[in-house]
Ligand binder design. Structure first.
Ligand SMILES: [Zn+2]
Length: 449
C-alpha cells in the first residue's frame, strides 16, 4: 500500500514542474523508496522470466524460481554481461516492442553491443534529465548547444529528451572539430555546452586563447576526467563542469553530479545498484538492474566500472544516494580521447606492420590535460621505429575512422615507443595489454583481473 502511494507520488512528481518535482521526490522516506525499488525489481524479474528468451532459459538452467526472489543478491552468482548482449543479441532480451536502438563498442571485440528502448521509457528518463538540468541552473529561456556524437550513441538522445521537456532552445552541432564548434556556437550565446570530456578539454584550450562567453555550466559525459583537467576547463570558462555517469545499456542515466561535484547522485528510481564484491574500502564493480525498462530489461548487468556506493547525506540536499567517482574499469577497456579502446584495437593497428615482434603494451596517460596514448612495441631493430609508426598511423586512418577523426581533432596524442625484444613482459607471466595510468581520484587504482 505504502509503495503504491509512493509510486503514485513519484508519477505526479515527475509530471509536475522540475522545482516542485525535486521537492516532492525529497519527501519520500528512504524506506519507502527501498520498498518501491524491491517491488519494481520483482516485477522486472517476473516479466523477464516470462518473456525474455535469455532470462527464461538462464533461470531454468540454474533452477531459479523468480517468485522467491526479493533482492538482486538472492540471485547468487547470476549476472548479465556485455558478452551476453553480444553473443545472444538483443532479441533474446526483449520483453516488448522496441522503438529505437543504440550501440556501444566493447573490450574484446569490434562487434558492438546493441541495446533497444521504447519511446515511453525514453520519455520517463527525459523527465529525470529535465529535473536534473533544472537543478544545475538551466531554465526554459536558456539556449544550449550540444556536441555529443550522434552516430549510434545514446547521449544526444538523452539530452534531447530532457531539453524537450524543459523547453530550452537547443542546437545540435554533433561532434565536430572544437575550433569550428567555437565559431559556430558562439553567435547563439549558449548558456550551457555539452560534449565528451576530451572534446570539452580541447574546446576549452580554444576558449582560453580566443575568449570565453558567459556560461551557466558545461556538462560532459561518456568518459572520465581528471580533477586537474576539470579545473583547467572551469578556469577557461569561469563556469563549472559537471559530469554525467551512464552507459548505453542504461540509456546513459545512471547518475549525475550535483553542484558539489562530490560523486554522482544515483538514479535510484530506475535502477537497483549493487557492488557485490567490494574491497575493504567498499570499492568494486558496479552491477545494476533496470527497474523501468519496458523493452529490454537487464538484470544484474556488470558495468565493468569500479567505484563504491555512498549513502551518507550530500550537502546539496538531494536525498538520493551517490556513486563515488569512477576509479577505472575492471576489464581492459579504456574510455579516453581516442574512444573506447581495448586490446583488439591495438592488435588491429599492429596487424601487417613490419619489424614488430613479440609483446606490445599501451599506456593511456596525460599530455598536459589531453589524453596521451603511448603504444610500446618490441622491435627487432629500433631503427625501424619511424617506419613502423607511419604504418601504424596508416592503419589507424584506414581501419578506425572514428579514432583517426579524434586524433585530427586533437582529442588525444599518439606515440609509438620501441623496445628491445623480450623486455616488455619483465617478470610478469601475463602482460596487461592496455593500462590506464590517468589519475582520476586519490584512491589507489586496484585492478582485478
Ligand atoms: Zn549532492
Amino acid at each position: 500500500m505504502l509503495t503504491s502511494l509512493v509510486e503514485l507520488a513519484e508519477l505526479l512528481a515527475l509530471r509536475t514542474g522540475p522545482q516542485r518535482a525535486l521537492g516532492l521526490l525529497g519527501l519520500f522516506p528512504a524506506s519507502a523508496l527501498e520498498a518501491m525499488r524491491r517491488r519494481r525489481f520483482r516485477r522486472t524479474l517476473r516479466v523477464a522470466a516470462e518473456r525474455s528468451g535469455f532470462y527464461r532459459e538462464e533461470f531454468r538452467r540454474r533452477g531459479i524460481d523468480v517468485r522467491r526472489i526479493d533482492h538482486p543478491s538472492q540471485l547468487g552468482d547470476f549476472f548479465t554481461t556485455g558478452d551476453d548482449l553480444r553473443s545472444y543479441g538483443p532479441d533474446a532480451f526483449l520483453v516488448a516492442r522496441a522503438d529505437t536502438a543504440f550501440e556501444t563498442t566493447g573490450t574484446t571485440s569490434p562487434l558492438p553491443k546493441r541495446v533497444f528502448f521504447s519511446r515511453r521509457e525514453i520519455a520517463d528518463m527525459g523527465r529525470l534529465s529535465a529535473i536534473w538540468l533544472h537543478l544545475l541552473g538551466l531554465r526554459p529561456n536558456d539556449r544550449v548547444v550540444s556536441a555529443f556524437d550522434c552516430s549510434f550513441w545514446v547521449s544526444p538522445y538523452v539530452l534531447r529528451s530532457g531539453l524537450d521537456l524543459l523547453g530550452c532552445f537547443h542546437v545540435e552541432a554533433g561532434k565536430i572539430d572544437a575550433a569550428e564548434f567555437y565559431d559556430r556556437a558562439k553567435p547563439y550565446r549558449p548558456a550551457a555546452l555539452f560534449g565528451e570530456p576530451s572534446w570539452v578539454v580541447r574546446l576549452s584550450e580554444i576558449a582560453r586563447d580566443r575568449g570565453a562567453w558567459p556560461l551557466k555550466f558545461l556538462l560532459a559525459g561518456g568518459e572520465n576526467i581528471s580533477e586537474a583537467a576539470r579545473r583547467a576547463v572551469e578556469d577557461a570558462w569561469g563556469a563549472p563542469l559537471y559530469l554525467n555517469y551512464g552507459q548505453t545499456e542504461s540509456f546513459g542515466a545512471l547518475g549525475a553530479e550535483c553542484r558539489l561535484k562530490n560523486g554522482y547522485h544515483r538514479n535510484d528510481l530506475y535502477f537497483f545498484f549493487e557492488v557485490p564484491f567490494p574491497d575493504a574500502d567498499g570499492y568494486g564493480e558496479v552491477v545494476y538492474t533496470t527497474l523501468s525498462s519496458r523493452a529490454m530489461p537487464l538484470i544484474r548487468y556488470r558495468s565493468s566500472d569500479r567505484t563504491r556506493l555512498v549513502d551518507s547525506a550530500c550537502e546539496c540536499g538531494v536525498s538520493m544516494g551517490r556513486l563515488a567517482k569512477i576509479l577505472g574499469r575492471s576489464d581492459e577497456m579504456v574510455v579516453c580521447g581516442m574512444g573506447n579502446v581495448g586490446p583488439w584495437v591495438f592488435d588491429e593497428l599492429l596487424r601487417g606492420v613490419t619489424g614488430i615482434s613479440g609483446d606490445w603494451q599501451v599506456a593511456i596517460g596525460h599530455s598536459g590535460h589531453r589524453d596521451a596514448v603511448v603504444l610500446h612495441v618490441e622491435m627487432e631493430k629500433s631503427s625501424g621505429r619511424d617506419a613502423a609508426e607511419a604504418q601504424i598511423l596508416a592503419n589507424l586512418r584506414g581501419r578506425f575512422s572514428d579514432f583517426w577523426r579524434n586524433l585530427e581533432m586533437r582529442l588525444f596524442d599518439f606515440r609509438v615507443v620501441a623496445h628491445p625484444e623480450g623486455t616488455l613482459r619483465g617478470h610478469n607471466r601475463k602482460l596487461r595489454r592496455v593500462v590506464d595510468e590517468r589519475p582520476f581520484t586519490n584512491h589507489p587504482q586496484v585492478v582485478n583481473l
